[in-house]
Design a protein around this ligand. Structure first.
Ligand SMILES: Cc1cc2nc3c(=O)[nH]c(=O)nc-3n(C[C@H](O)[C@H](O)[C@H](O)COP(=O)(O)OP(=O)(O)OC[C@H]3O[C@@H](n4cnc5c(N)ncnc54)[C@H](O)[C@@H]3O)c2cc1C
Length: 475
């Protein structure tokens, strides 16, 4: 009899899982339930008036392979677009003005000293304290700490408040006082362990990277980030096409998961939808975000329910605004800017989308993508469009010298859309992994585990498929 696999959730994680199942077990019966009426989950691209608006994910990293690999398998490699090489600068807001991020500052550490010495973002005392990083001893034990604790310990309060905190918020939309260093940026602890000083470690890494680049005949093939010319929703559409007809069941939400015990230890699963209909499967992959997933498992696998329920989520909104170039008095050559929490206000970060990816706006227009809310103001993810727009405009007018009304506006809101890996995440993940080792027919994937970025989600989906297929397909 053919094996039956059921996947829950057709975001990129569930799509990657179903596609991998299709590849590994071509003859199996695969079913993918999706609550909404389209694939992609948070991925959605809107085209209007010559503009391309990404409603959530803007691009993805290329220094892990999983995003690029999936694009290659779907025939999308030629559709990848790298970030514009000319305007790479990032700005940081300070007292209502934008200043360049010191050249070579990478997330949690400087790689070049002179730009740190000359930056107007830091006071002389703040710079001197950052320089002491070279002499600060390494942490004596292996304990986890928050990103805020780590950055303050190594580089001082000023570098944390004025540079590290806004850079981090721009990615995780979270509270750096709670986010676990080891769950999000473990490489910085590794650097400390190995070289003691982050400055020393980063300088070495940069030198090696420059050497590798020189040695690479054709130069780097991809920039650090890429996107798809047609928008990232195309990735979801192509996945859905490749999975095949009749597999994805839209407008079908899972409301309950029951275990059907099996004597050989490979339990089967029964999932109930919102209308009370059920489907039974030999193996189940859950690719749902944690707020949707927890309650499904409360009776059948309590350890899974506990794990999902412990993950805090924060909300955010993306407000895209198109202006004619002449409406923006202060034009900045760069990718975008970040705003420290200490500056006040709702904006976490903004991209100059037309600089970053010129195909996203017609010539003569500036397309801003403003990211608001996060741990500093999650309520903005549920605010009505009118007041939200007024608030964002009131903040960007003085910052960028924006005049008049935007010619196009696109707003997307993601209440509870950003999982937060707080201190304790890795311990909970280890407990979950031990429990899942005893469940060969159950796998979980998505952004609640080892990373929130698109490539990581794809990877968890593919790993989930590989795990459950093992029970049914001989090598
Ligand atoms: C505003 C924003 C900006 C981002 N920017 C970037 C970026 O630039 N780069 C990057 O790499 N990552 C970015 N991310 C992160 C990344 O997009 C997500 O982590 C990733 O897309 C999550 O995919 P997923 O499939 O795990 O979850 P989701 O996309 O949330 O998909 C889950 C799916 O499950 C469905 N579902 C929910 N409940 C049920 C149910 N009961 N039954 C059946 N189906 C259900 C949902 O409808 C949804 O389709 C961003 C995220 C957000 C919110």
């Amino acid at each position: 009899m053919e094996s039956r696999f059921l996947v829950l959730g057709a975001g990129i994680s569930g799509l990657a899982a179903a596609l991998r199942l299709r590849e590994l077990a071509p003859g199996a019966h695969i079913s993918l339930w999706e609550k909404s009426s389209r694939p992609g989950g948070v991925l959605h691209t809107v085209e209007r008036g010559g503009f391309q608006f990404e409603q959530s994910t803007d691009n993805f990293i290329t220094f892990v392979p999983w995003g690029l690999n999936l694009c290659a398998r779907l025939g999308l490699t030629d559709h990848l677009v790298r970030t514009n090489n000319r305007d790479r600068r990032t700005y940081v807001a300070r007292r209502g003005k934008l200043y360049p991020l010191p050249d070579g500052f990478m997330m949690l550490a400087p790689t070049r000293l002179w730009p740190m010495v000359t930056t107007p973002l830091l006071s002389p005392l703040g710079k001197a304290r950052a320089g002491l990083e070279l002499f600060i001893p390494r942490l004596a034990d292996e304990r986890d700490e928050s990103i805020a604790q780590f950055a303050r310990r190594r580089l001082g309060c000023e570098v944390f408040d004025r540079i590290v905190e806004p850079l981090l918020s721009g990615i995780y939309a979270g509270d750096a006082e709670k986010i676990s260093l080891l769950a999000t940026l473990p490489r910085f602890r590794e650097m400390e362990k190995k070289d003691r000083s982050l400055i020393v470690a980063m300088t070495k890494t940069q030198k090696a990277a420059r050497r590798a680049k020189r040695e690479e005949e054709s130069g780097a093939r991809y920039s650090m980030f890429v996107t798809l010319r047609e928008g990232l929703f195309r990735l979801a559409e192509k996945c859905a096409e490749a999975i095949g007809e009749g597999v994805i069941h839209y407008d079908r939400a899972a409301v309950r998961v029951d275990r059907i015990p099996n004597e050989n230890g490979a339990d089967r699963w029964r999932v109930t939808d919102g209308r009370g209909a059920t489907e039974e499967a030999d193996a189940l992959i859950c690719a749902l975000p944690s707020p949707a997933a927890g309650s499904l498992f409360s009776e059948s696998v309590p350890v899974v329910a506990r794990y999902y329920d412990a993950i805090e989520q924060t909300g955010c909104a993306v407000v895209s605004l198109a202006f004619r170039d002449k409406q923006i008095r202060r034009q900045f050559k760069g990718m975008g800017f970040v705003v420290p929490t200490k500056e006040g206000g709702s904006i976490i970060a903004g991209s100059f989308s037309n600089h970053k990816y010129p195909h996203r706006a017609p010539a003569g227009y500036t397309l801003l993508r403003i990211f608001v809310g996060g741990a500093r103001a999650p309520e903005l993810a549920e605010m009505a469009d009118g007041p939200l727009l007024s608030r964002v405009l009131a903040e960007i007018r003085p910052l960028l010298g924006a005049e008049g009304e935007p010619t196009e506006v696109e707003i997307s809101k993601w209440p509870r859309g950003m999982p937060q890996y707080h201190i304790g995440h890795l311990d909970r993940l280890a407990e979950l992994s031990r429990a899942l080792d005893r469940e060969p027919t159950l796998a979980l994937c998505g952004n609640s585990f080892t990373g929130v970025g698109l490539p990581n989600c794809i990877h968890t989906g593919e790993e989930a498929a590989e795990k459950v297929v093992k029970c049914f397909v001989s090598e």
